[in-house]
Write a protein that binds this ligand. Structure first.
Ligand code: ADP
Ligand code: MG
Length: 859
């Protein structure tokens, strides 16, 4: 099939028309239709790229690289010339590039540095159904840019499957172009029994199934495995199967050299078996496949709350993903798909993957948004709003790292809407999690980039130092690696060097209790951190390592996890942000009073409680807190309300953020005004109750306020909430303890309150707005004042006999409502006018109540 024959060309005219009309379009067509390779070429052929390039955002690096190579070949240019790609640490572009495939944060970063997207004519969001974080956010940003500075920008959203309706709403006005493509039926088979992959490895099961199906079928195999390691094992296992002699087995994953990747998709003379990651699910199409064998697993990025970063975990894929994979068998002929799980398990799988915006740490994207001047990220037009807690966590971490501006009085709690700082902007240059960006920056300043890059790599991988080992192994470890008292990282670094020098030999590693595979995984991470550092011009040369400098870098990256030992007898610690936890017993850092930990894990215990375990500790000095975070370190004489002693005391305290490093009660008297302010706060927040401050006091305040309203000529100042605080403060003045405040007498309270009014105002208060009203029959009735509405006088029927008409206060100015009560004080009626009450209501009331209360007087 020549590219021109691909099904996507049926949409060509519609695409061109829609893009000319509206500048936004959704293209929905099955995998293999030609979206990724042809649509950029259509844009080029129809003159959309005359004044700029098209940037195609891809979720996967491997796909970006391969698509660029393919399109360059079709166009007939060298890669990096008119067609290129740009992924983390790798870039093949030039000034002539018109079609540029990119991944991850590259486009978003570009938008944050240049909100007009100079030189860009069109943006294509490929594989949008995967709902990668950067796809979601870059699209939202692109829509903003199109709506403001760049109305001429063309936006194409492409997807194999799609909740087209919700997206159409979001993109409105926008055309949706759909192509059914061509496909053949695929029959699906499940395993008859559940296989536990811990007992029988997934590659053995896959090889067995391939061998079983091979003689019954024709065409090529596509085997899905979660990652490079499993792919390698599967290739071996397939090679061991006699039934598969004559087949070529080809791995396909991102760590292979480009030629090997090309080999996997190229046509072969022999029957072939491609063993691939989920890149072959929808990103790449391999012609000739009729059989899919699906392990049902994928490495997925997820937030790891223990380490506070995103990591890759092997997860079961959803039913929707499994269907996509099965579809790869039916592109050129009817196909077969063997799923390595049971039909029953299939029903229990999730219908769809959760979009990344719901499962990833957002720190990096929040920082990028802030760099674009979007300070209120909650108000950002998200396609799908992230959990507000996740946003808050991201902002708080960024503030702790110094990437967002110092807490502003007007800012909402949790650092919301804080702007980016200069440090934050510098951090953005490193395409890694902000924690590591901050560490690398610090390392650059302190001349220890190499060890810090290694440390960053160590925190990303799994801990490879095994625990709970026989005594002999512990001893051997200590003999070889030495003792350590400054940082668990230093021990890990020595262990990694040891394993690396031993070439990850199983025997050597086992002798020291090192997980060889885990240690091996650190190498490439270390390399990639070094590369990133080098690319940004940091000095990565080998130097004598200054342990203090390295420890300060750990502090810079994990300052949100500074911990103070609560005592020397236990391992309990207090952390910043009001958390507590217990230092891991295997930590070598048992004596330091102040630490920073790189791992905080919540561990469910048998009793249903959760305990917080702190590991990967590094001892720090208090002076470093001040040195690195001067704005967050306080050393001051403070006056505080001690909730235990229920007294205002003075103390000298040193704090790092909310963590009190040390506080000493001093004998000094607290200044009376500060004491009064603290006690007032306790009163206003309800923690101290002034017993005599009762309803009559509140009524008095209401009367003053209504007097101000009803008799403006008296020029009474209404008593606001702030005034109330001032009055309470006066009442508390000179006191240090809660008891003295609690026991204030009514007289003391009223003396302070009365001072609010002038003597003239005071003189008329009882006259105009009295507490009680004397009626014509000599009886007194209580009057109740409220914030709004008229005053209400209440009296029992018997007390009202002989009284007629309406009531007013303040010499006729304020009408009063009359609440008539039954003998049991229950209200029966509220009226303005007693005369009409006696005439209209009373006869009925009397008939009813006189039966219930025969002993009362009923006139
Ligand atoms: P879509 O994006 O709709 O899934 P693509 O544009 O990726 O489709 O692919 C269209 C067709 O181009 C595929 O069916 C395949 O035949 C061919 N193709 C794409 N990339 C390559 C490649 N690297 N090598 C060989 N053929 C390729
Ligand atoms: Mg595609």
């Amino acid at each position: 099939m020549t590219p021109r024959e691909l099904p996507i060309y049926e949409l060509e005219d519609a695409l061109v028309t829609a893009l000319r009309a509206q500048g936004r379009v959704v293209v929905q067509a099955p995998t293999g239709s030609g979206k990724s390779t042809q649509i950029p070429q259509m844009l080029r052929a129809h003159g959309f790229l005359e004044r700029g390039e098209v940037v195609v955002l891809q979720p996967r690096r491997l796909a970006a690289r391969m698509l660029a190579r393919r399109v360059a070949e079709e166009v007939g240019c060298a890669l990096g010339d008119e067609v290129g790609y740009q992924i983390r640490l790798e870039s093949r572009v030039s000034a002539r590039t018109r079609v540029r495939f990119v991944t991850e944060g590259i486009l978003l970063r570009q938008m944050s540095f240049d909100a007009t997207l100079r030189g860009v004519a069109a943006l294509v969001f490929d594989e949008f159904h995967e709902r990668h974080l950067y796809g979601d956010i870059s699209l939202a940003r692109a829509l903003q840019i199109q709506a403001t500075t760049r109305p001429d920008l063309k936006i194409v959203v492409m997807s194999a499957t799609l909740d087209a309706q919700g997206l159409a709403e979001y993109l409105r006005p926008c055309e949706i172009l759909t192509s059914q493509g061509r496909s053949f039926p695929v029959s699906i088979e499940y395993l008859p029994r559940t296989v536990n992959f811990d007992q029988e490895s997934v590659w053995e099961v896959a090889a067995r199934e391939c061998a079983r199906v091979a003689p019954q079928t024709e065409g090529d195999f596509l085997v899905f495995m979660p990652g490079a390691y499993e792919i390698g094992r599967t290739v071996q296992a397939l090679g061991d199967r006699r039934e598969l002699n004559g087949c070529v087995v080809l791995p396909l994953h991102g760590e292979l050299p480009p030629e090997a990747q090309d080999r996997a998709v190229a046509r072969t003379r022999e029957r072939k078996i491609i063993v691939s990651t989920n890149v072959a699910e929808t990103s790449l199409t391999i012609d000739g496949v009729t059989i899919v064998v699906d392990a049902g697993l994928a490495r997925q990025a997820k937030f790891d709350p223990n380490r506070g970063i995103n990591t890759l975990l092997v997860e079961k894929i959803s039913r929707a993903s499994a269907d996509q994979r099965a579809g790869r068998a039916g592109r050129t002929a009817p196909g077969r798909c063997v799923r390595l799980w049971t039909e029953r398990e299939h029903a229990q799988r999730a219908a769809q993957e959760l979009p990344e915006v719901r499962r990833l740490d957002l720190a990096e994207v929040v920082l990028t948004l802030k760099a674009s001047g979007i300070d209120d990220v909650a108000a950002f037009p998200w396609l799908e709003k992230p959990d507000p807690k996740a946003l808050e966590r991201a902002e708080m971490l960024l503030a702790d790292l110094g990437a967002l501006g110092a807490a502003d009085e007007r800012g909402a709690p949790g650092g919301r809407t804080l702007p980016i700082t200069e440090t934050g902007r510098r951090m953005l240059r490193f395409p890694v999690h902000p924690r590591y960006a901050r560490m690398l920056l610090e390392a650059d300043a302190r001349g220890c980039v190499r060890p810090v890059a290694l440390m960053a790599a160590l925190t990303q991988g799994r801990n490879f130092l095994l625990r709970g080992l026989p005594r002999a192994v512990d001893d051997a470890r200590e003999d070889t690696l030495g003792e350590e008292a400054e940082s668990d990282f230093f021990l890990l670094m020595r262990a990694w060097r040891f394993a690396d020098q031993a070439n990850y030999g199983l025997d050597a590693c086992r002798r020291l209790g090192i997980h060889a595979q885990g240690a091996r995984a650190v190498g490439p991470l270390f390399e990639s951190f070094l590369e990133i550092a080098e690319k940004e011009g940091l000095d990565v040369s080998e130097k004598r390592v200054d342990g203090d400098a390295v420890r300060k870098c750990v502090l810079a990256g994990f300052s949100d996890q500074v911990a103070k030992r609560l005592d020397s007898g236990t391992l309990r610690c207090e952390l910043v942000h009001g958390r507590r936890g217990v230092l891991a017993r295997e930590s070598a850092i048992q004596r330091a009073p102040l630490l920073v930990v790189a791992e905080v894990s919540e561990i469910g215990r048998g009793d249903g409680e959760v305990s917080t375990l702190l590991s990967l500790a590094t001892a720090i000095e208090e002076s470093w807190l001040k040195e690195l975070f001067p704005a967050d370190y306080r050393d001051a004489r403070g006056v505080v309300y001690d909730t235990e002693m229920k007294r205002v005391i003075t103390r000298r305290e040193r704090r790092f953020r909310d963590l009190v490093l040390e506080a000493k009660v001093s004998g000094d008297e607290a200044p009376l005004s500060e004491a009064a302010a603290l006690l007032t706060k306790e009163v206003l927040e309800g923690r101290i109750k002034i017993e005599a401050w009762d309803e009559t006091v509140e009524q008095w305040i209401l009367r003053v306020n209504r007097m101000a309203e009803w008799f403006p000529e008296l020029e009474v100042n209404p008593l606001t909430e702030a005034d109330r605080a001032t009055l309470i403060e006066q009442l508390c003045y000179g006191e240090l303890g809660a008891r003295a405040v609690k026991d204030k007498s009514k007289d003391e309270i009223m003396r302070v309150l009365r001072d609010w009014l002038t003597s003239e105002q005071l003189a008329v208060l009882d006259d105009y707005l009295p507490e009680r009203l004397v009626m014509a029959n000599g009886r007194k009735a209580r009057i109740e004042y409220a914030k709004d509405g008229p005053p209400v006088m209440s009296a029992r029927i018997q007390e009202l006999y002989g009284i007629e008409g309406k009531f007013t206060l303040g010499h006729g100015r304020v009408p009063v409502k009359i609440q008539v009560l039954a003998p049991n004080h229950r209200p029966i009626q509220v009226t303005d006018d007693l005369t009409s009450f006696w005439r209209d209501m009373y006869p009925k009331v009397k008939a009813e109540l006189s039966r219930r209360y025969p002993r009362h007087e009923w006139r």
